[in-house]
Design a protein around this ligand. Structure first.
Ligand code: ADP
Ligand code: MG
Length: 240
């Protein structure tokens, strides 16, 4: 589903992605971790071309992202993105937040979009909040709506960039539970997170980034019990 081969990216003189080689197969959950500033957000943002790459090959669901003929709108419709900040539209109800993209971009009929949105709200446990506005919801509820909104486009891949980092501790679990449910359903996912419990339980593989490189890539079992690099050991120690 996602292949990075020798991918590089620079911000001016900053070599932010340095020879990235990664492969994510269908249904796989990859957790990306590493210190602040190591390039995790930049890496995940290249997957739906929020950040273009400078060198190498990046293929997402068969689309070559350096090929000028690749339709970026098609790519973005297939790749859902959930950010640290929920970015819900404050002036729209929960239901209208969710049906906006399907009706405007996918041209789904309003009634069908609403039906699908209600099914998604059931799935994230928020059906009773369909008429609420974002400001009336807790952070955890808003993030669950943001996940439902991303799913409404029927993506084939879901990207999460520190989805629980802005949440109060008591709300982290409910969001991780929704993500776990999604993973179990077979969604292909790339998740930047410091929630190592989630990584251990849900990830198929963990990539540890440091200074723009993937320093280590392993199963959660290997990574947590026998991290190979000193930088990874240090990172894990400091999370305890
Ligand atoms: P992480 O998500 O691991 O904290 P980022 O990918 O956000 O790392 O950032 C990696 C490096 O790139 C940092 O040094 C950051 O300051 C820099 N950076 C990120 N975005 C930009 C940008 N748009 N322009 C210039 N530098 C950037
Ligand atoms: Mg980041």
């Amino acid at each position: 589903m996602i292949t990075f081969q020798g991918v590089h990216k620079w911000f001016k003189s900053l070599h932010v992605l340095n020879d990235i080689n990664l492969h994510v197969t269908s249904g796989e959950v990859l957790v990306v971790c590493g210190p602040s500033g190591s390039g995790k957000s930049t890496l995940i943002r290249t997957i739906n071309q929020l950040e273009p790459i400078d060198k190498g090959t990046l293929t997402v669901d068969g689309m070559d992202l350096l090929d000028k003929k690749t339709d970026i709108n098609k790519l973005r419709a297939e790749v859902g993105f959930v950010f640290q900040q929920f970015n819900l539209y404050p002036h729209l109800s929960v239901l209208n937040n969710i049906i906006l993209a399907p009706t405007k971009i996918r041209k789904t009929a309003k009634r069908d979009a609403e039906e699908q949105a209600m099914a998604l709200l059931e799935r994230v446990g928020l059906a009773e909040k369909r008429n609420a506005y974002p400001s009336q919801l807790s952070g955890g509820q808003q993030q669950r709506v943001a996940i439902a909104r991303a799913l409404a486009m029927k993506p084939r891949i879901m990207l999460f960039d520190e989805p629980t980092s802005a949440l109060d501790p008591e709300m982290i679990g409910e969001v991780l539970a929704v993500m776990k449910d999604l993973a179990v359903s077979g969604m292909t996912m790339v998740v930047v997170t410091h929630e190592m419990g989630f990584a251990r339980e849900v990830a198929h593989r963990v990539a540890f980034m440091d200074a723009g490189t993937v320093l280590e890539e392993a199963t959660p079992d290997e990574f947590f019990s026998r991290p190979k690099h000193e930088r990874a050991q240090q990172f894990l120690r400091q999370l305890l």
